[in-house]
Design a protein around this ligand. Sequence first.
Ligand code: PGA
Length: 258
Amino acid sequence: MAKIIVANWKMNPQTSKEAEQILVSYLKLVKGGRGKVKSSEIVICPPFVYLNSFRKKLQTPNSKLQIKLGAQDVFWEEEGAFTGEVSVKMISDLGCSHVIIGHSERRRYLNETDEMINKKVPVALKAGLKIILCVGEHHRENIHEIPKVVEEQVAAALNGVQKSHVGKIIIAYEPVWAIGTGTPDTPEGAMMAAVLIRKTAMNILGLAAKNLPVLYGGSVSALNVEKFISHDGIDGVLIGGASLDPEEFAKIVLSANS
Ligand code: PGA
């Protein structure tokens, strides 16, 4: 299966000019290795406000890179009086094929709960978007055991989801202690989590979830990406900080294709 590489730019950079510069230099760098960049699916998730200009840049007629666009969040209501929120139709209209749901920073700073996440999931799926559901524990006391909260987050988010939507679900295992700290999980830890996540998803969505893509996220860099993606059970990576550096991100993408 093609590896999935998701870039989560979070609330960066601060101007549209800088955002376009990062995108353009990144595109130039990977174009050099275009022949190689075909066995992975790349999804860039900039802040909402840059989506429109990114769509235009990514849709150049002879762009063979097929970079997809994703939003970092979405609201669960489809329209109406919800000040500051953004709907599934709005992001689809701006060219998004993917949306991140339940990132730990939203859970932490905006008090996003499993219930709220569970309301967003079916709305995004119904709109035809692919969801990148983020789950992960705050602490791991026993390194040989993935905390139960990971299973609980998956079960809560997918509760009630129609089995027919299984092909549109990607789950990113992101241990909170590894995000932005420079200390990633071990590939073995990420593998253990991936097994548990797929098992939990299968309980809800049936056998079809056996091949559900599970990504790893948390301090992934050009230096360590290979350790994760060389495992069959890890279907890709979700990258924060390192995705804002075009050279670093290009290296990650190229090594996922080597
Ligand atoms: P990081 O962030 O790569 O900077 O650790 C990952 C994420 O939060 O998605």
